[in-house]
Write a protein that binds this ligand. Sequence first.
Ligand SMILES: [Zn+2]
Ligand SMILES: [Zn+2]
Length: 375
Amino acid sequence: MATKIDYYAVLEVSRDANGDEIKRAYRKLAMKYHPDRNPGDGDAENRFKEINEAYDVLKDDQKRAAYDRFGHAAFESGGPGAGGFDFGGGGLGDIFEQMFGDMMGGRRGGRRSGADLQVQVTITFAEAFAGVKKKITVPTRVTCESCDGTGSADKDAKPETCPSCHGAGKVRAQQGFFFVERPCPTCHGSGRLIRNPCKECHGTGTVEKNRTIEVAIPAGVEDGTRIRISGEGESGGKGVPAGDLYVHVSVEQHAIFQRDGANIYCRVPVRMAQAALGTEIEVPVVDGSRTKVKIPAGTQTGEHFRLRGKGFSVLRSSARGDMYIQVVVETPRHLTKRQRELLEEFEGDAAGHAKGSPESTGFFSKVKDFFEGKL
Ligand SMILES: [Zn+2]
Ligand SMILES: [Zn+2]
């Protein structure tokens, strides 16, 4: 390949296109120039190769960054991009597999490589608050070292395009009025034929292995958040794009804090007399510190006190939520003789003091109206 066209131009996307835009553009063009749709058209075939080559680079953040910096030189042997990847020698079978492997996505049989992986990770409330790095073990398929991912015991043998499906991996059969697509019975959906399969991977080009990946979970993450890690899904045989890894984050409940978005709620019990007289209480903060909150005289159950900026970080912003102290006034139980006397004395006094309990006074005057038929 003497002159190379700009990869962004090949995929007809702008230089700041995001991953999804690139993927969409790739799929559209790959469908258009797919050799199955353009039999015997050499230009379409070349275009198809270019599209795949461009996509292989632009879908990978690292390769894309290298390409943005060094251009095509990043992937030439001896260039700064270390090694690069060969595409020309892979034969059409590989290109078919790359395309279908990517488009099918899901794990349908061991042969479909490049599948996305899903893992579940559970973190504590405090970890969600501060952010955390978690090592997760991902069962995945990696390129078979024994055959270098070719799937063939004879490394130099080029994989042959399956003659039954011409590499598509699927065959169409008529059923009544409809055409149905089925995995090709000859190649079991891989689109290629290996005469002498590798003993290690049985011709799939990949073997199962556990990988450990460190995932940075950002501060402020919410229960049920899904984090996508591009290119950390299953790898396949040679030239097949790796899938993505999706990390589903569960956040454990906390014994004293509840969360609503970026805000944190904490129910704090206050003794009846404290609420009546006013006091200062010490409350825990999710970051492990403590802070003092003034409870004014006459505080009722359910009243909130806001601690600004003591909530969760808001993802992708520098904003912080607030913390709310919810007061629960606690009625005393198991009174001592002395307490009972004091309260009886208090109650005798309170009964004639309507202004001291406006809620009761208001309620009982409505009850009176109700029985008199006024309400
Ligand atoms: Zn192998
Ligand atoms: Zn086939």
